[in-house]
Design a protein around this ligand. Structure first.
Ligand SMILES: *Cc1c(COP(=O)(O)O)cnc(C)c1O
Length: 398
């Protein structure tokens, strides 16, 4: 309970008896974030307009970049709505996108482009292998029609942190434009607009800023967004129109998620109090290190080598032991106060444990203890993965 007494790092109220969400959003939020939603706001009122302005200014400051270079466009809906708004707005109707996929979110970006009828091509690396700068360069050299590249910063399906800087270099060297899905990384992993030079990136309220779900946001180079007027395939998911309305009236175009915005401002306050991106990233990295070390002590193995492990979410192989059953493990972990996450690998069975949200290393130690107890209750005396999992992992080293 020591964590409850730390005023600089308010935790969820244990009286509410909620399990910790070891999932990459929605995630466990601070009590004060939930409390911020107890008031109703008029969407047209000056007070709420000031809240929207503050939200946008703070996000632009977090993104870095030169003064006046970037603008923020909040967009109602879950993160995928914001991805769709970014793609549909930033890519001209006669543009062509190279999608870099190594998991579900890269594939979803390709599916989004297919549905909206934008030309695209795919580098699909499978479950987790990272798209590298040299292969991106080769793909761009081979196809001059490609105007944009979309990269996933942290591919949340495996937890891999993709090499965005190296990809950005390959894209810019060939005069093409970069879009980044930094949904699960923004706010905890640096993505300096000055260095990465993206045209736009996207994230949402319920990931590393630790707000509640309800909106996403596009952060775009102002000149690129200005040039994107009229591109959008959709009325409600037009990021340029949303931005133009906000500049003109200070209001969202259609009903904003007022309570979510209020909660997000409190989440941003806690983010700043923790030391911004560096402070938040350091806590998540410690969460990961403590949890991974403890799980490895139990015999679990990670899909990824340390070099590729993000501080966001970690994939573990299911143990080979015949008594191990993921559904049972999930229920046992839940009964001990922890909601874990099924894996998304297609070749071998796996599960994931998130490191983000209102949790610190004390909580992560309790996660490891709960995993040890759950294994014991299932009669699993070794968490070692099957040989097929180790063979799969060897591909990353090759
Ligand atoms: C969470 C996430 C999204 C958006 O998912 P929603 O369920 O629509 O919020 C997109 N990309 C990545 C990498 C994500 O982690």
């Amino acid at each position: 309970m020591t964590e409850m007494t730390n005023a600089a790092f308010p935790m969820p109220d244990p009286k509410m008896g909620e399990p910790y969400l070891l999932t990459p959003g929605p995630l466990t939020t601070a009590f004060s974030v939930k409390e911020a939603m107890l008031k109703d706001w008029g969407s047209w009122d000056d007070d709420f307009r000031a809240m929207t302005r503050s939200l946008c200014n703070q996000l632009v400051a977090l993104a870095g970049g030169a003064a006046g270079e970037l603008v923020c466009v909040p967009m109602q809906g879950s993160g995928s709505f914001a991805v769709e708004a970014m793609l549909g707005t930033m890519v001209p109707r006669d543009g062509k996108v190279l999608v870099l996929a190594n998991g579900a979110y890269g594939l979803r970006a390709a599916e989004t482009l297919r549905v909206m009828g934008r030309a695209h091509t795919l580098i699909d690396k499978g479950d987790y292998l990272p798209p590298r700068g040299d292969e991106v360069g080769r793909a761009l050299d081979a196809d001059p029609a490609i105007t944009h590249v979309i990269a996933i910063h942290c591919e949340t399906s495996s937890g891999i942190l993709n090499p965005v800087a190296e990809i950005a270099q390959a894209v810019h060297a060939r005069g093409r434009k970069l879009l980044v899905d930094s949904m699960s990384a923004f706010g905890a992993v640096p993505l300096d607009a000055g260095q990465i030079g993206y045209d736009a990136m996207v994230s949402s309220a319920n990931k590393c800023i630790e707000g509640v779900p309800g909106f996403g946001f596009v952060i775009a180079r102002k000149s690129a967004l200005e040039a994107a007027k009229g591109n959008a395939h959709s009325l409600s998911l037009d990021a340029h129109a949303q931005w133009a309305t906000m500049v003109r009236t200070g209001q969202w175009r259609y009903t904003p998620p007022t309570h979510v915005v209020a909660a997000f401002l409190e989440a941003l306050r806690l983010h700043a109090a923790e030391g911004g991106v560096a402070g938040r990233g350091a806590r998540y990295a410690l969460n990961r290190d403590v949890m991974v070390a403890g799980m490895r002590d139990l015999g679990f193995e990670t899909l990824l080598a340390d070099r590729w492990l993000s501080p966001i979410i970690v994939t573990f192989f299911n143990p080979a032991h015949p008594n191990f059953d993921f559904q049972r493990f999930y229920q046992l972990m839940k009964s001990k106060g922890f909601i874990i996450y099924p894996g998304k690998l297609t070749v071998v069975d796996s599960f994931r444990i998130g490191c983000i949200g209102r949790m610190d290393e004390h909580v992560m130690r309790r996660v490891v203890t709960a995993a040890a107890q759950s294994l014991a209750e299932m009669g699993v005396d070794s968490a070692a993965p099957p040989a097929a999992a180790i063979a799969e992992r060897a591909k990353l080293a090759a």
